[in-house]
Design a protein around this ligand. Sequence first.
Ligand SMILES: O=P(O)(O)OC[C@@H](O)[C@@H](O)c1c[nH]c2ccccc12
Length: 398
Amino acid sequence: MEALVPLQTAGQRLSVRVVSPGSVSIRRSVSGFAMDKRINFRAPSLLPIRAQQMGSLGVVASSSSSSVENDLRIKEWEVDMYQNEIAISQGIRIRRKPPVKAPLEYSGPFELRFHNNADSSPSNILEEITWYKDEEVSRMKELNPLELLKKAVEDAPPTRDFVGALRSAHQRTGFPGLIAEVKKASPSRGILKENFDPVEIAQSYERGGAACLSVLTDQKYFKGGFENLEAIRRAGVKCPLLCKEFVVDPWQIYYARTKGADAVLLIAAVLTDLEITYLLGICKKLGLAALVEVHDESEMGRALGIEGIELVGINNRSLETFEVDISNTKKLLEGKHGRIIREKDMIVVGESGLFTPDDIAYVQAAGVKAVLVGESIVKQSDPEKGIAGLFGKNISHT
Ligand SMILES: O=P(O)(O)OC[C@@H](O)[C@@H](O)c1c[nH]c2ccccc12
């Protein structure tokens, strides 16, 4: 992807280059010296339009470099503001970056609006994680450029069938297929397991009859890591693996694929419909399944309107308040939404707060064909037995 927009202004040259689906690099050359600036975009598929908008700089740029820089800042800021507007119109409360005041001399469509949303501390934990992720991903991208990841993906072994594994476990056991989570800690519960050996836990889950595994890769808030995903895959575990991450950029999907993931999580509270559609396309191209996670009616409605979703997760925990209520799964599967899900034969995953055979029976009666469980099984000294305890029955293959 090399969309080039060369702009000639007095004494200097600007060019905009698309470096990855989510970012462009702007190069300013003045008398032989080049300076690069990277801008990340919220809605990557809007990129060609954005690049054209950048083109208008050619008209507004003057010979003074500080004014060119300010024009750039204004464009960058406006792009963020447009993207926030789209998110707000879809009922998304999570802001993807800390709000920034309008650049100097700004006049335009957002003139009267920026102070409404100018609180610069995150409103909840999900927003905090999202803001941190944005920075973290920018750093990681520098170390692992997309071009290299794309090459690595070409040589990567094929992915395993995540959805198929859930369906066949459901058929084999008569219970919802289990996605067992390798989880050391969480912001709401603190450390769940002190002597945490991800490979041992994964193998124990597999022996216990888990259909798939979920591996938390977020380091800062969940004490996870991509090295856990890699190690579990390398240890010969056969269950398909879900990379449990806060995806805000397409680059993360390529990265997950190179680290051994078979599926990724997409959180509807953070991503716009267009982003979900775009990221689903990348997953498909890379042979990955996508678990689209919703928490309320509005997110469920959005997810059902997006073409090509096979797996919907209903999180019983609010990532904004940490409140857990397993009746959320039932509530979101009643009425129209439940009907659409049955018609489309989608798999719904009941997520979080499941501890007992009664809990499993409750969400199964509500209509889920799979469950995602962390705390209640990871905490057991023998996670394999933890699974039998959770279902009230041994569900292993033997
Ligand atoms: O440990 P629990 O309550 O069984 O929950 C597991 C899983 O659902 C939870 O970890 C989870 C669901 N969605 C997420 C998104 C990000 C991080 C973590 C999660």
